[in-house]
Design a protein around this ligand. Structure first.
Ligand SMILES: Cc1cc2nc3c(=O)[nH]c(=O)nc-3n(C[C@H](O)[C@H](O)[C@H](O)COP(=O)(O)OP(=O)(O)OC[C@H]3O[C@@H](n4cnc5c(N)ncnc54)[C@H](O)[C@@H]3O)c2cc1C
Length: 325
């Protein structure tokens, strides 16, 4: 086991832009590496990424393993997995961290399975335990407890939620070594292409989220929320029952089993505020709750609460937002 050394962060990119979760993981990775006196590296797969690689150094990577091939420009599950497994077998990092994005959730478990190692999914915290083991912390039992998980195999693998770790301040004076890797492509007949930004929705990045719950009476009524979101330059989200009823796609779901969001402004419209929903939005800067029931738990986390019928309140908010824009 002690042939494994260092901490590696998978750098996720789309159209040549690195996903900010990778910088957050480098921030946490640097903190862990400093405690253990080890190196932080990153691995990037893409094509003609150019200067964007340097961003990984600016945010803490000391070394970047770079696979540059046109076949890797877009996420390609089999080619990404194949080359990452080759790299891990060669470099033997003790820890490999992956963002718990759609892409990371698809890729991470497949790498772990290929390496016959354990993976803790959807971590919200990481600590260094006895003998330098990585303690992987994640909500369990619907968020009622936080499980502390230690991996006995190597590498220790975790996917980590976006927006729960802090990135380091960007520092252009940080530099590092780029190690260019040879890419091996798998049989094209086996190729599976997985598009991650389904429907173009990226709710985790939105600065304004207008989230609808079961207080909305029909799928068509989400148009009311769309109008408010558009007036504020935001995105529509929803609770899980809305996804279960197939009124909206999973990429819109906020909460424990959906997306974590941290917008500047979050509207909870006809949302009761279950623990599973709060797990995905409670860190929003400003929370506005609109609910007909004054005892709804959402009001406990809301900065502004409007007790009323959403069908009356939302159009008024939209009209005011349109008037001011
Ligand atoms: C393992 C697990 C994971 C889960 N993951 C998630 C998750 O990721 N995200 C998630 O959201 N849930 C999740 N859930 C489900 C969660 O427990 C709740 O069931 C869900 O969040 C409730 O959704 P809601 O607030 O839309 O509905 P309800 O709880 O039914 O609330 C509807 C609210 O609308 C209000 N209302 C009704 N009519 C009006 C009106 N005209 N005007 C104003 N207000 C009105 C009501 O007063 C009520 O408070 C999960 C559950 C489990 C067990």
């Amino acid at each position: 086991m002690n042939e494994y050394k260092g901490l590696m962060v998978f750098a996720e990119q789309t159209e040549g832009r690195i996903h900010p979760v990778s910088y957050e993981l480098l921030g946490k990775g640097t903190e862990i590496a400093q405690k253990l006196g080890i190196e932080v590296s990153s691995v990037l797969l893409g094509s003609n990424i150019g200067d964007e690689i340097n961003e990984l150094f600016y945010y803490g990577a000391q070394k970047v393993y770079y696979f540059d091939n046109p076949a890797l420009a877009e996420f390609d599950l089999l080619n990404y997995k194949h080359n990452l497994v080759r790299l891990v077998n060669e470099v033997k990092p003790e820890t490999l961290l992956v963002g718990a994005t759609h892409l990371g959730r698809s890729l991470g478990p497949r790498i772990a399975a290929a390496l016959a190692t354990g993976l803790t999914a959807d971590c919200t915290a990481l600590e260094v335990g006895d003998e330098g083991n990585l303690i992987q912390i994640r909500p369990a039992f619907s968020g009622n407890i936080f499980a502390h998980i230690r991996t006995t195999t190597r590498p220790q693998m975790a996917t980590v939620r976006y927006k729960v770790m802090q990135k380091l301040p960007r520092d252009e004076s940080r530099t590092g070594e780029i190690v260019r890797m040879d890419t091996e492509l798998v049989d094209p007949l086996m190729k599976i292409v997985d598009k991650t930004s389904a429907g173009g929705v990226n709710i985790a990045e939105a600065e304004v989220v207008v989230c609808g719950g079961r207080g909305i009476k029909s799928a068509g009524d989400f148009a009311l929320l769309e109008e408010l979101a558009t007036a504020l330059g935001g995105t529509v989200g929803c609770t899980r029952p809305i996804v279960d009823d197939a009124w909206m796609g999973k990429q819109h779901q906020v909460g424990f089993s959906g997306n974590t969001v941290k917008p500047k402004l979050y509207f909870a419209v006809g949302v009761s505020g279950s623990p599973q929903h709060l797990a995905g939005m409670r860190d929003s800067d400003v929370i506005v709750a609109i609910n007909a029931d004054p005892s709804a738990p959402i009001f406990k986390v809301a900065d502004y609460g409007i007790v009323g019928d959403l069908y009356e309140v939302v159009p008024k908010l939209t009209a005011e937002a349109q008037r001011r824009s």
